[in-house]
Design a protein around this ligand. Structure first.
Ligand code: 5CA
Ligand code: ZN
Length: 412
């Protein structure tokens, strides 16, 4: 699929500390240690509705990872999928008497526009499940051949499931106990009640075609893939057997990332699939997680249409820590608009206090598990001094503008 257009990424003078990130699997903030090219996979949208602020917050968190690594001199090979065939798309298209293909294309196009307006650096490979069908079914076939998968004994629909006992480390990513896994599997697209499975949580790999459902030809029989194997195949084929960061929101910890890791590891034999499993907190509205199924959404595209500056949206979301569950309040946007205006005013002055220390603090805070609230506070401190006309460094406003652009993605 076509990705979106990159924004200019300036180089900031000085050196950057290595990025440390919280890893769900080990429960610790640990240094990332990418080679010259860092490898990151971030789960993409299921395009049955527009991008809401929860999605945006998650993609902004990984945009900071991308920016911090690049600032430290790494290339970043970034891959993202689009779940452009799945139950929710079919249900929504049916409800609206529309076509699931058209729906997916329309919402994906809108997502690209939203990401571009928020100045999120694009993935190098932006891959839809539909276009990756051959590689996904190939991975399922290989898992089946390797004994890591099995068919349900059902004469009508002998669907293929992953055997969660296939890798001895299964469960390490989430660290959840069996009861929790079973509950979350039921809540998040799994089918723990289905008879004939070896373990209730075992995840669907290939669903044989039911009447009226879209299907693809494959040696497994006509059908369509499960969700987790989609991301495993797209990631493995572009990033290899071990990646630096597997990213998404915290609702993907289980079953999605647990099974994605298990599928990849059962296939490659390399453990762990990701050196860091990173999960962004959930954005809520009126006390409930913002979600397409609940319908309590604030859309990025709606804010844009209302004339809100996307840079204020960006600042509003970065004002919270990436891992904390938090509520969206209109007040956050007002505060971000005021902050943006103050920063713009300061950056347009002829002089200000020397900014090298501000840039160093910006870098240090971001490298410390993406502490964006502290990073914003460091810029606030410089901007308020500059606006009080303290300092005579004529280079400082330009340097702050450059660093805020490169590291926070905010254009002043
Ligand atoms: N297509 C799959 C991933 S392969 C999917 O989860 N799609 S999604 O459209 O439902 O979500 C896209 C991303 O946004 C995921 O990383 C998800 O964890 C994240 N996300 C969804 N809702 C929220 C929310 N309220 N707050 C923060 N992140 C969210
Ligand atoms: Zn995914």
């Amino acid at each position: 699929m076509q990705s979106w257009s990159p924004t200019n990424l300036p180089t900031v003078p000085g050196s950057a500390p290595p990025l440390r990130l919280y890893d769900t699997a080990t429960g610790e903030v640990r240094p990332t240690a990418p080679s010259a090219t860092a490898r990151m996979y971030v789960c993409g949208i299921t395009p049955y509705d527009a991008t809401h602020l929860g999605h945006a917050a998650t993609y902004l968190a990984f945009d900071l990872v991308n920016r911090v690594w690049r600032d430290a001199g790494h290339d970043v090979l970034y891959v993202q999928n689009v779940t452009d065939i799945d139950e929710p798309l079919l249900e929504r298209a049916k409800r609206d008497h529309g076509d699931w293909v058209v729906l997916g294309m329309r919402e994906t196009a809108l997502f690209r526009e939203d990401m571009e307006s928020l100045r999120v650096l694009p993935p190098k490979h932006y891959i839809g499940a539909v276009e990756a069908m051959a590689e996904i079914s190939e991975l399922v076939s290989k898992l089946l051949a390797a004994g890591a998968a099995y068919r349900i004994d059902d004469a009508e629909y002998p669907d293929v499931y992953y055997d969660s006992a296939a890798t001895k480390e299964f469960g390490y990513e989430s660290g959840y106990d069996e009861a929790t896994m079973r509950r979350l599997s039921g809540e998040r697209g799994g089918d723990p009640e289905r008879p004939g499975k070896r373990n209730p949580v075992d995840a669907l790999l290939w669903r044989m075609a039911r009447p009226g459902e879209p299907f693809w030809e494959s040696e497994l029989g006509t059908g369509r893939p499960g969700w987790h194997v989609e991301c495993a195949a797209i990631s493995l084929n572009r990033l290899g057997s071990q990646i630096d960061v597997q990213g998404g929101g915290s609702d993907l910890i289980f079953p999605h990332h647990e099974f994605g890791a298990a599928h990849a590891e059962a296939f490659t034999g390399v453990h762990p699939f990701a050196r860091h499993y990173c999960h962004a907190g959930m954005i809520a509205l009126d006390g409930e997680k913002m979600s397409k199924s609940r319908g309590n959404l604030v859309f990025v595209s709606k804010l844009r249409a209302d004339g809100v500056d996307p840079m204020a949206v960006r600042l509003a979301l970065l004002a919270g820590h990436w891992r904390s569950d938090r509520s969206w309040e209109p007040e956050l946007l007002h505060a971000a608009q005021a902050r943006l205006a103050a920063w713009r005013e300061a950056a347009s002055l002829d002089a200000g206090p020397p900014a090298e220390d501000t840039v160093a603090r910006l870098r240090t805070h971001l490298a410390d598990d993406l502490d964006s609230p502290k990073a914003l506070a460091a810029v606030d401190a410089w901007a308020s001094q500059a606006r009080e006309r303290r300092g005579r460094d004529t280079q400082a406003p330009g340097l702050v503008k450059l660093a805020v652009d490169a590291l926070l993605g905010v254009e002043l």
